[in-house]
Ligand binder design. Structure first.
Ligand SMILES: [Zn+2]
Length: 102
């Protein structure tokens, strides 16, 4: 029997950021983060693109065990060409991977 195992990990980040001279946290309108790079948009209209970087050196600590783990049976299908058992990788698949390639 084949089962699928789904896991969910939770990451926490911590970064200390030095704001430019004269700016306080009250001046911040919004902050964005993408791929560990943080940008700051101030209320006066100025922005600091990719101003700081979030360090992820300790990410492996969060991978020690997942927050959540679930599993369920994977349903098998009979290939309509060779009639062997196979596990569909996508919806509407009617043949095993070997037959699909041919
Ligand atoms: Zn087949």
């Amino acid at each position: 029997m084949r089962i699928r195992v789904d896991t969910r990990y939770e990451f926490w980040g911590y970064t200390e950021v030095e704001l430019p001279e004269g700016k306080t946290s009250d001046d911040i309108k919004e902050m964005y983060m993408k791929l560990c790079h943080g940008s700051i948009e101030f209320k006066d209209g100025t922005t600091l693109e990719r101003y700081f970087y979030e360090n992820h050196d300790n990410v492996h600590e969060y991978l020690i065990r997942p927050e959540e783990l679930t599993f369920e049976e994977v349903e098998w299908e009979k290939c309509e060409k060779c009639e062997e058992k196979y596990y569909p990788q996508f919806i509407n698949q009617t043949m095993c991977d070997d037959c699909e390639i041919e």
